[in-house]
Design a protein around this ligand. Structure first.
Ligand SMILES: Nc1ncnc2c1ncn2[C@@H]1O[C@H](COP(=O)(O)OP(=O)(O)OP(=O)(O)O)[C@@H](O)[C@H]1O
Ligand SMILES: [Mg+2]
Length: 343
């Protein structure tokens, strides 16, 4: 069983003076608009409950103002809740004192921002070692780690440059290297790729997917882009006006949107372009046994349907084996594939 890394329970955030009493009003069904009109309070989060598994990418999406940033900022307590709790590794972080909170933030969490947040007067290397410098890690060790990460994000040779000499995409890679150099268990990414051009954005998504295979961090990733959510998220939570409208895997969201709001998000999605083999594969127990001995085709789990559908049509396998690093991790029957594409 996977471990729960972050557990959010009955979380409310209502902005405004003396907002505590407004929880009751919201519980009794008062809407965001009505609360603003009657009490002058802004409903940020409305009774959010979420379990985020260790080593998973949990995406939070929703329209502007739906509460995404408010939610992620509760995880490192940049915002205090009006009600409810946030547990990390079983510890309620809303109860931490200032010292413990500082330790928690420094050691357990790292944040990657939309606008990169690099310090303009420091060169790239010093930007990346910044977190370790604060922790008083010896310079040569900090620089060694920073260089390792700069290399992994493809910025070898840029360490002496300054942020303004780098393109947006490169600056965001520095932001990612900086967060990873600190080696936090939890990575909080608030619209980290939203400001980038589509091609650069795709590169960054691929870098993140690639790194995550080895890193296995717990990542909370905010986006308003459904394609990005489907591509990155092991689970996707969709917020609307501060409440959780639907939460599930890419398949749950695409094949079974529960509300009109979610339906509107998914109606124009090209499934074969966003769904990967790993999203649609099933356990061996779901595969009829006669198919297991028939003609097979093998696919890497990150392959999107669009990339293998032609081959399935020409080769007509009885069964597709899905692999990760040469190990079989699941199966797709042709029936399952056509169901997914037609439903
Ligand atoms: N400090 C604050 N004071 C008052 N209201 C706030 C504050 N921060 C956020 N809000 C309100 O809370 C709601 C949720 O805002 P939030 O920034 O979390 O949305 P978001 O989903 O991140 O939007 P975006 O996609 O535009 O970043 C909005 O109605 C916003 O106006
Ligand atoms: Mg936001």
């Amino acid at each position: 069983m996977p471990n729960t890394k972050i557990k959010i329970e009955n979380l409310y955030k209502i902005f405004g003076r003396n907002s505590f009493d407004s929880i009751q009003l919201v519980e009794n069904g008062m809407s965001k608009d009505e609360l603003l009109e009657k009490k002058g309070h802004v409903l940020g989060l409305n009774n959010i409950n979420m379990s985020i598994e260790e080593s998973s990418v949990h995406v939070v999406m929703g329209l502007s103002g739906s509460g995404k940033s408010t939610l992620i900022r509760h995880i490192n307590r940049l915002i205090d809740p009006t009600g409810g709790k946030v547990e990390v590794d079983g510890q309620d972080i809303t109860q931490l004192n200032v010292l413990d909170l500082n330790e928690f933030r420094k050691n357990k969490t790292g944040m990657v921002f939309q606008r990169f947040g690099l310090l303009p007067h420091l060169n790239i290397l010093d930007n990346v070692t910044f977190g370790l410098d604060i922790k008083k890690v010896e310079k040569s060790i900090a620089q060694g780690k920073a260089m390792e990460w700069l290399k992994k994000v493809g910025l070898d040779g840029y360490e002496k440059r300054y942020p303004q000499e780098l393109s947006g995409g490169m600056q965001q890679r520095v932001g990612l290297a900086r967060a990873l150099t600190n080696n936090p268990e939890i990575l909080l990414m608030d619209e980290a790729f939203s400001a980038l051009d589509p091609l650069i954005k795709k590169d960054m998504q691929d870098i993140l997917i690639d790194l995550q295979k080895e890193l296995k961090k717990t990542i909370v990733f905010i986006t308003h882009d459904l394609d990005e959510a489907l591509k990155l998220g092991d689970k996707i939570a969709i917020l609307k006006d501060g409440f959780m409208d639907q939460e599930g895997t890419a398949i749950d969201i695409l094949l079974d949107p529960k509300t009109d709001y979610v339906k509107r998000f998914v109606e124009d999605v090209n499934r074969s372009r966003v769904l990967k083999a790993k999203n649609i594969m099933e356990d061996q127990s779901k595969v009829p046994s006669d198919l297991l001995s028939g003609q097979k085709m093998t696919l890497a789990q990150e392959t999107v349907i669009e990339k293998f559908i032609d081959k399935v049509i020409t080769e007509k396998p009885n069964l597709i084996e899905v692999t990760e690093q040469e190990k079989i991790v699941g199966y797709i029957t042709p029936q399952r594939l056509s169901f997914i594409l037609q439903k």
